[in-house]
Design a protein around this ligand. Structure first.
Ligand SMILES: Cc1ncc(COP(=O)(O)O)c(C=O)c1O
Length: 385
């Protein structure tokens, strides 16, 4: 009897890695332990020099002149981005209906309204053609999400933001390393956010990063990250005992930065592995009822995949069941956000989302998956379900 059935879990409960191929697996670099020990033996275990080093290394890897500030999570970074973009109660923000809820929940923290926008069926990203008619006098910003690692069409989005004087916020939680027309999202967007949550391409166990285009906002971002206090001035002995802005405790710790610093050394290899796995799925899945979502056949896109998503034209659950029979985990992972009551109920005019909501399925794609595993999964799919 499998552990899952012993524990009374249902057929799609998380798969124990000992029993098959799980959908996600965190990457911890071999040198992380040494890095952590170094921090344990030092004075700083909270936000200290390693956080600064991680910010520097991360910006160097992206080759960006923007300022980067590390945070406690991708969600923290998004909230800071919304605050810095000046989003307030009563404002509207154009945002994709299909994403992790973390993209949209921080808009509710501020009393702003997420205006859900349809998906592009080729990428499941925000549908550029569905944006303009949703813009009103209350619209303050557009949020784009690079679903599964496929970048949004940032040049078009930037153009529309300029036309209507809106801020562009890129949620790149799933797309570290990806580029659109040879540029990272942070070169287009006013604010770009990243996540280092446990199962992301690189992880700090929990953590995030915020890239800021306008250098004048960097000090404010740092204050908002730390209770509204100018921490570096305080550390220099200038302690003016006043807080003028509502700040948060959104900093990254040196502990987390240790994991991030050691993982960054492996980022190129991790990305290559993910790209090879995706290519294997694309080239070997040959079933009329399945398409693999990808864009690497399009020169505008450089995709660093976090997910391999299938569009399954018929009976997705039967395919999930069959994969599970062969000890392969698959799942939807994300859901249309208007299914959650907190966002105010289902939106009616999202035809692509309606069409695809029962058709997408995510397959394992991480450093523990071998090409032979991918080929096995392709065979299972090609034999039908
Ligand atoms: C698209 C997207 N945005 C935001 C987040 C939130 O990141 P975090 O979990 O680090 O807060 C995630 C992942 O969790 C995500 O996938």
């Amino acid at each position: 009897m499998s552990k899952n059935s012993e524990q009374g879990m249902n057929e799609f409960a998380l798969l124990d890695p000992e029993e098959g191929l799980p959908l996600f697996y965190p990457f911890v670099a071999p040198e992380a332990k040494e890095e952590l020990l170094d921090t344990l033996n030092s004075r700083w275990i909270g936000q200290g020099p390693k956080v600064e080093l991680f910010e520097k290394k991360f910006s160097e890897i992206l080759g960006s002149k923007n300022k980067f500030i590390a945070t406690g999570s991708g969600t923290d970074s998004l909230h800071l981005a919304y605050l810095l973009a000046g989003i307030k109660a009563g404002d509207e923000v154009i945002t994709p209906v299909f994403t992790c809820t973390a993209t949209n929940l921080p808009l509710l923290y501020e009393g702003a309204t997420p205006v859900f926008t349809d998906i592009d069926p080729e990428t499941l990203n925000i549908n550029f053609n569905d944006i303009e008619h949703r813009i009103t006098k209350k619209t303050k910003a557009i949020v784009a999400v690079d679903y599964g690692g496929i970048p949004a069409k940032y040049d078009d989005l930037l153009e529309i933001c300029k036309k209507y004087n809106l801020k562009l916020i890129a949620d790149c939680a799933q797309s570290i390393g990806s580029k659109y027309k040879n540029l990272s999202a942070c070169e287009y967007a006013d604010f770009t956010t990243y996540s280092f949550q446990a199962i992301k391409t690189i992880t700090t166990s929990d953590g995030g990063m915020l890239s800021i285009k306008d250098p004048n906002l960097v000090e404010k971002a740092k204050r908002l990250r730390w209770f509204g206090i100018d921490r570096s001035s305080k550390q220099k002995g200038n302690w003016e005992n006043d807080i003028k802005e509502l700040g948060y405790k959104y900093q990254m710790t040196d502990f987390a930065a240790c994991l991030g610093l050691s993982a960054l050394n492996h980022l190129p290899i991790l990305i290559k592995k993910r790209r090879d796995l995706l290519k294997t799925y694309v080239e070997n899945i040959k079933h009329d009822d399945v398409e693999v979502l990808q864009k690497d056949n399009d020169p505008d896109y450089y995709v660093c995949p976090w997910l391999c998503t299938l569009i399954v034209k018929k009976n997705r659950f039967a395919l999930m069941k069959k994969l599970r029979k062969f000890s392969v985990e698959s799942a939807q992972v994300h859901y249309r956000n208007d299914r959650y009551s907190i966002f105010g109920g289902r939106v009616k005019d999202l035809p692509n989302m309606d069409l695809l909501e029962d058709k997408y399925l995510v397959l394992p794609l991480h450093h523990k998956v071998e090409i032979s595993d991918c080929l096995k999964i392709c065979r299972i799919i090609n034999e039908g379900w």
